[in-house]
Design a protein around this ligand. Sequence first.
Ligand code: 4AD
Ligand code: MG
Length: 429
Amino acid sequence: MKPTISTIGRFVDQEVTIGAWIANKRSSGKIAFLQLRDGTGFIQGVVVKSAVDESTFEQAKSLPQESALYVTGTVQADDRAPSGYEITVTGLKVLHKAKDYPITPKEHGTEFLMDHRHLWIRQPRQHAILTIRHEVIRATYEFFHQEGFTKVDPPILTGSSPEGTTNLFHTQYFDEDAYLSQSGQLYMEAAALAFNRVFSFGPTFRAEKSKTRRHLIEFWMIEPEMAFVEHEENLQIQEQYVTYIAESVLRNCPQALAALERDTSKLENIQAPFPRITYTDAVAWLQEQGFDVTWGDDFGSPEETAIAEHYSKPVFITHYPKAIKPFYMEPDPENDEVVLCADLIAPEGYGEVIGGSQRIADESLLEANLEKEGLSSEAYAWYLDLRRYGSVPHSGFGLGLERTIAWLSGTEHVRETIPFPRLLNRLYP
Ligand code: 4AD
Ligand code: MG
């Protein structure tokens, strides 16, 4: 394959030609430094006036940012360069002279950058975050493949609402009402009874009127589901999975982490096992800290952050009251008021990255819960079938990809962790 910036180390001391864009540049009378990017990475091209013909040097000095070119030159190993290499340019072929580029190295406001998201993703910081996104996805497939899971794809258009009816995206499905999937879970339960251990990876949609740094309207979820797995084993699989993706990012994304100035000691700390605290103990602890919470309240982000700050690792909050959790969660056999569930809260204020639980295996209990929720047993007949034909204990969870990336990359807001975020007031670009 022909060289790219990411593979240029294979071509040290050789002459190569790469397609690239000018990300930035500076020049003096005799030398021009081109900050080149080709999408796979960034590298400096050095153009020495005395070593090239006059027009090449003039182009190097005058071409605007984001102009596209073929750059020919010799690859030099250079320990001081972030990429480890540099190109001594011998020739340039201009493919396109760019117009005045709106995103300069200067500071821009967030709304301006979001309006130019289609260009903003070229910038080193954004490129680094999306590189980490790729690595988390890659490591996810690798982990579940190694652990014997089968990938199963649940539908996007559905007639059911696993996470409640308040934030559904409604659409028309010919003569029927349909919704964009909030979670593939119920379908993954069916898949688990067919394939034992399964995972999905796909977009999910929540018409949430929340404008916070943790909420997207369209976000991607990884949803594993496992037959013959109960609550405690579910948590063990989660902590192994999260440890695996943190280790993969540390190992495979050193340049991206450096570009983001991420404190990697925080990632080295992400090692299973993770601490566990019950909801009931968490309420007592929060009350001691002066929080105004009573048993039965759901936690908001200040409560979650306080609990997470108490630990240096991600923490599982387990056994929430059943009244504030979805209808499908298995009650705790020791206390019918709480369910066998856990939320995994990331440290450093990144909030809940996983929600999961053991699922109800008993047909009549599930049917009663559906009825309480006002959900029609007709629409859920297929889901009840799973409790009629070989029902077994089973558990699963959903990891929010964007929140996980925000955490691992040290990015304040989830809008920068997805290529084209869908937010409360944003459908463009
Ligand atoms: O806790 P949630 O709502 O759980 C479920 O949907 C389960 N059915 C998953 C399962 O058991 N298969 O969502 C799971 C995760 C959250 O922990 C969070 O990380 C993320 O999805 N998430 C969001 N991420 C970005 N924007 C939003 N609006 C999100 N809502 C949930
Ligand atoms: Mg949740």
